[in-house]
Design a protein around this ligand. Structure first.
Ligand SMILES: [Fe+2]
Ligand SMILES: [Fe+2]
Length: 237
């Protein structure tokens, strides 16, 4: 699979992979690109072009994951992108999935769907707790730690010395598995008395969300956490 570079036209990027649209929206880029290239738009919007390219290419091509390069970007840039993704999950993806499952339950006779709806509600609650924990504990810790790292010589504030990024790393596989299980129950065990159009819409949205979320978790687990662990090793020997 090809990779995008600074000469790639934004329009070609979206023709080649429309799932990148929400990803580039997180950088403040909206449709109506005309013939602008990645370089043009990054200059215009004052976006760090190398970071932008690393993020879109990692999403587009799963075999491409420039760990070393991504780890070299500031925690501030990485956390900012992750926070914008959280906002999309909370304000766009989850409400949309919820609308679709409500519609599906209303238009089908299947009792299985009520069970699936209950399963989804539990999954959503767990995911939102995970996001809240990152927003309120992990990300502020990362940003404070980065500040201390950037100002060598100053003693580490005691609240930073107590926390470790590894405590935050554990939960992903659990949340990711639940989303896979939800899709799997629908695909394998749903009785045929359901509304086909609504159910396909619901399932497609789950697949799309899973892809976005997997990419997000991959950046957290393979970029942010190891990067912070390196900083911790230096600051808390
Ligand atoms: Fe997250
Ligand atoms: Fe996470």
């Amino acid at each position: 699979m090809d990779l995008f570079d600074q000469k790639t036209k934004l329009a070609d990027m979206i023709h080649s992979n429309y799932l990148l649209l929400p990803v580039i929206n997180r950088f403040g880029i909206r449709l109506g690109f005309k013939d602008k290239t990645v370089r043009d738009i990054c200059l215009e919007k004052q976006i760090d072009m190398n970071f932008f390219l690393a993020i879109v290419n990692a999403f587009h091509n799963h075999d491409f994951f420039p760990e070393k390069e991504l780890k070299s970007f500031s925690s501030v840039l990485i956390v900012d992108y992750l926070r914008k993704s959280h906002l999309d999950f909370k304000k766009i993806s989850l409400p949309k999935i919820e609308r679709l499952i409500n519609q599906l339950v209303a238009n089908s006779k299947s009792d299985d769907l009520k069970v699936i709806q209950g399963f989804y509600n539990k999954y959503k609650k767990e995911l939102l707790e995970h996001i809240k924990d990152e927003e309120e504990t992990a990300f502020p810790y990362v940003l404070e730690l980065q500040k201390s790292y950037d100002a060598p010589g100053k003693p580490l504030p005691p609240e930073l010395a107590q926390y470790s990024i590894q405590s935050y790393e554990k939960e992903h596989s659990n949340v990711d598995e639940k989303l896979f299980d939800l899709k799997n129950i629908i695909i394998k065990y749903l009785e045929p008395n359901y509304n086909m159009v609504d159910c396909n819409d619901f399932l497609f949205e789950l697949f799309q969300f899973e892809r976005d979320l997997t990419d997000h978790s991959r950046i957290e687990d393979h970029i942010l956490v190891p990067k912070v662990m390196d900083i911790e090793k230096e600051l808390k020997p």
